[in-house]
Design a protein around this ligand. Structure first.
Ligand code: PAF
Length: 279
């Protein structure tokens, strides 16, 4: 595997490649990331991964400085997955001057759910993803469904800017007890780790209620948040949305069997976890 930090050198290596498959990451790789690499390999060749902890998507009180950086271990894992190039730019490589141009996702998609609780997050994500796409010029890029809203926003961005990059969705990789794998799980104490699967259980409970015909979504959301609250969680949201555009379903949508997804974000101690489940 070649490890490249310079944009020009990356382009030299990839010139003429027509089926590059790309997996952008912020490092601290776990089995979930590795499943994205395997999916990328099915959809293209060569596989390029990136590791870059993107300052633009962290809020002032978020964990940019303490975000886990485990470069050497990450390199070993990617080598085993047959990744051809690891693009690992420094901040200077990607932002030789301050990044003043920004991608601005539309309000209805970018300022709801995660966007409501992490202002500017999706502008930071889409700006770096567009820039990484410009560096790698992939024909496909793989994003996990764990970050459901991110996946949808990146997909819409690629479509609206007519980028030549097809966005592929990878299923969420879960531990045996149901907890979605995430780099932030390593912040959990052992008691918190034992409690953490309750988030996915709560999503399953909501999904089962909807499937069995419970149509009062506000009551379901309220109940699920209250139940998690009683267990010591601080939920930001548990929200049933339309898969098509992540907007709340109307009564008519519910009656017509609109395809739904339930999304959640909640703090357990100091760690904020997110998860979702298609209904
Ligand atoms: O999902 C992530 O790890 C990040 O948001 C991404 C897509 C690598 C952009 O920094």
């Amino acid at each position: 595997m070649k490890i490249i930090s310079c944009i020009e050198e990356l382009r030299d290596h990839l010139r003429g490649q027509l089926r590059t498959a790309f997996v952008p990451t912020m490092g601290n790789l776990h089995d979930g990331h590795l499943s994205l690499m395997r999916l990328a390999r099915k959809h293209g060749d060569p596989v390029v991964a990136s590791i870059f902890v993107n300052r633009l998507q962290f809020g002032p009180n978020e964990d940019f400085d303490k975000y886990p950086r485990t470069f050497q271990a990450d390199v070993e894992k990617l080598e085993k997955e047959g990744v051809y190039i690891l693009f690992a730019p420094t901040e200077k490589d990607l932002y030789p001057e301050p990044q003043e141009f920004r991608v601005q996702p539309p309000n209805d998609l970018g300022n709801t759910l995660e966007g409501e609780f992490r202002p500017g997050f999706f502008s930071g994500v889409t700006t770096i993803v567009l820039k990484l796409f410009s560096c790698v010029q992939p024909s496909v890029a793989v994003f996990g469904k764990k970050d459901y809203q991110q996946l949808m926003i990146v997909r819409n961005m690629s479509k609206q800017f007519a980028l030549p990059t097809e966005i592929i969705a990878a299923e969420t990789f879960r531990a045996e007890d149901g907890l979605a794998l995430s780099s932030r799980n390593m912040y959990l104490s052992s008691e918190e780790r034992a409690e953490a699967p309750a988030l996915f259980q709560s999503l399953n409970a909501v999904a089962n209620e909807v499937r069995s015909g419970h149509l009062d979504i506000f009551e379901l959301e309220r109940q699920a948040m209250a139940d998690l609250g009683k267990r010591g969680w601080k939920p930001d949201y548990i929200s049933i949305r339309k898969r098509a555009n992540l907007q709340p379903p109307s009564a008519g949508d519910m009656a017509q069997g609109e395809k739904l997804v339930v999304l959640a974000a909640a703090k357990l101690g100091a760690t904020r976890l997110i998860d979702n489940l298609e209904i």
